[in-house]
Design a protein around this ligand. Structure first.
Ligand code: SAM
Length: 256
């Protein structure tokens, strides 16, 4: 069964002109989560041989930048960078190409060379995924989306929680095209929160007013944080429990 399914995607990739059957994973992810839309600028990390970049170009018609340790043979309309996504020098190169405006979507299908040692491979996969998240945080526009592959293992949940603090919606998903192959799973993180507070963060603040919900509020720049059970003038330590694009909710955990 498993073999047949792999063969199906292998032959479909040949028939439909994609360089890798991995292309179908991105197509399936996009069908379910609408990550890439027309006109988007997309950065594809760990892109070689280039199936995902081909799909990204087809879906967006916009600017696509593929990055890999290996050379990516040319794809019409796709810019490429040869570099290591865990190195600052590569992130700088991406940043220079992308400019201050940022990108709409970062996708990462990077995988370490497998050693066969399960926990070692899992740890290296988490390292790669964390580098991709770091890159996404630097180059995504507010509201942008991020897709990253991770090999499942005991550090998966922790990494999912890390990603969760920077996006409004975060889910894990296993596309049919990858189910038979391995323990790989994709994290789909939508709506990048380019905001000054993070979920779980603790802050010492003074409540400066009353919000529309009747709770106390304080501001960080233009950003409003609603604090349950607090009133104007309270000096409190709060813990942020939920973050949205324009506001956040927090609970009082100490009073001064
Ligand atoms: C499964 S392949 C990607 C397939 C691709 N999505 C496609 O559709 O053709 C994984 C890629 O990750 C790349 N990779 C692994 N570690 C990397 C790193 N540190 N920096 C950049 N690329 C890396 C590998 O060179 C390999 O080409």
């Amino acid at each position: 069964m498993a073999r047949d399914r792999r063969d199906t995607y292998y032959w479909r990739a040949k028939e439909e002109g994609y360089r890798s059957r991995a292309a179908f994973k991105l197509l399936q992810i996009n069908e379910k989560f609408s990550v890439i839309k027309e006109g988007d600028t997309v950065v594809d990390l760990g892109a070689a041989p280039g199936g995902w970049s081909e799909v990204a170009k087809k879906l967006s018609g916009g600017r696509v930048i593929g990055v890999d340790l290996q050379r990516i043979s040319p794809i019409e309309g796709v810019e490429t960078i040869k570099g290591d996504i865990t190195s600052d020098a590569t992130i700088k190169k991406i940043f220079e190409l992308v400019g201050e405006g940022g990108v709409d979507v970062v996708i990462c299908d990077a995988a370490p060379n497998l050693s066969g040692n399960w926990s070692y491979d899992h740890a290296r996969s988490i390292d790669l995924s964390r580098s991709a998240l770091g890159c996404a945080i630097k180059i995504l526009k507010p509201g942008g989306h991020f897709v990253v592959k991770v090999f499942q293992g005991d550090m998966f949940k922790g990494f999912l929680e890390e990603a969760r603090t920077d996006f409004v919606h975060t889910k894990s998903f296993s596309p049919v095209a990858s189910r038979s192959q391995s323990a790989e799973i994709y994290i789909i993180a939508k709506k990048f929160l380019n905001v000054p507070v993070k979920k779980g963060e603790e802050l010492d603040v003074e409540i400066t007013g009353k919000g529309s919900t009747g709770d106390g509020v304080f501001h960080i720049q233009e950003f409003v944080v609603f604090v349950k059970g607090a009133s104007e003038g309270d000096k409190v330590r709060v813990k942020v429990k939920d973050v949205k694009p324009n506001f956040a909710f927090a609970d009082v955990i100490a009073r001064y």
